[in-house]
Ligand binder design. Sequence first.
Ligand code: ADP
Length: 560
Amino acid sequence: MQKASPNRIEFLTENLDASHFSDQAHFRMFQDYLGKKYAGQKLDLILAFPSGDYRLADELPDVLFPGVPVVFVAVNEMVVPEAVSKHGITGIVQRFDLRGTLGLIMRLQPDTRRVMVIGGTSEADRATLGRIAETAQLLEGIKFEFWTNRPITELPKAVKSLPEGTVILLSTVQRDVTGQRFFTSQLAEMLAPSASVPVYVLSGWAIGNGALGGVVVDPEDLGTRTGQLALRVLGGIRPEAVPVEVATKGTPMFDWRALRRWGIKESRLPADSVVRYRPETLWEQHRDLILILLAVFLGQAVTIGGLLAQRKQRRRAEAEILNQRVELAHVTRVSTMGQLASALAHELNQPLGAILRNAEAAEILLQKEKPDLEEIRAILEDIRNDDQRAGSVIDRVRSFLKHRSLEIKSLDLGELLRETVVLVESDARARHVKISLQMPEQLPAVRGDRVQLQQVLLNLILNGMDAMADVAKPGRQLTVRVETAKEGNVKVSVSDCGTGIPLEKAKHIFEPFFTTKPNGMGMGLTISQTIIEAHGGKIWGENKDSRGAVFTFTLPANEQ
Ligand code: ADP
């Protein structure tokens, strides 16, 4: 009413409690009390809720508040007196939906043969029972038993062992045969939990204490309808212009817990049923929280998915880069070897020539009558040695050029350096370059790929020799120094006495395809840097104080 009204409504409440104090004396006392209390008050509307009879709606306001309009609402089966339709009164009489409830019993429990009706002895109680009996006649083959003259206190025991095919219909009980007063909801609580059969009720007030339900008077619905009617009257409609509404239609209403107890599926209930006391699902209780969490999880999943995809892509790209690096290193090795080819051919010519000369000498010795076998054996020994020398050069070249993947092993850098020098020795001789090696006796082992590190060394040595092309022959000195640096690192430097690195070019020399040589490729230092960094080391070049440049790289020692 307050929500629908533009004005503030003041509600004053008084309670006769006629279902328990229905005698004339109490009524008079109540009337006197109200008369005195409200003398001189200006009321706009009387809302009456008669339970026993209709005196609250007609007699009492007529005496105390003449001229004030009355709206009443009554829930019972009693005959509506003529008086309430008179001037200044209107209202709603809500009947119990007995047809509805009995129909519901047959729908949910078609095997029912017996209905135990529990009712009270007040005038209103008897009116209800009368109507139940009347409606019962419409159902054939079902026995109705009326437990009206047993004291209510005896009933809890009696309902415990009712046979199958029986249901209890709880009528209204304002007073029992012994004169004790009850509320129907109280009675439902006393009987339903221990009853061996379901308990049906007639009003929504009685649901919630164990009763199964029924097609009931819905208190909320009734309250709303009454409020609307009251507002119309407050708004100026004359009560007598609105006929008293007598309504029978109830609302199918159930206790969810009782439905479970009796194994009645919700799908069997009438379509417009109201099911109360259903526990809230987690979703209903924490809808917002669950939605937020879902959104967070979803966001997280999307991010993780994205990151995983990104990682996969990166790994693929890294693998591809590594592949290309190995490929490029191979190509530059082939090109480096190209530079050495003529010097190496010369290198091979030496043992081959010696072999030829020795073979010729042996032939001559064999022509003698008594060949000196000792001497021939010595010659053959020389031939074998020369052959091994040539073979080992070819082996080194081949292993340097072999297309292969990375092989990380523990290496002795000193030995690797010596092997590298063998490859460039003949070239150095041809260019009149003197190569000297400086290294301590004990060197920590390093971890790395033999061929790749050899490639770096070869690169730096050849670059150094190139830089000295214009230097007078006696000054062409190249020094390779290996030493242990701080933190156990191994440091290798290749120093020449050449042109040095022109200052303006210094920052470009490690860039791909940067070269100052007519036949240069400009990839040597780029590849060397990639290789050294992949080994966890560093490489740099600088000019010496004296003539020439020095290129240095470090490598972490094995245990690191
Ligand atoms: P390339 O040898 O094919 O030119 P590099 O990448 O090995 O390719 O070298 C790049 C450039 O760095 C060379 O062209 C040269 O200008 C310079 N450089 C390399 N080493 C030296 C050095 N020892 N002294 C002077 N300049 C050098």
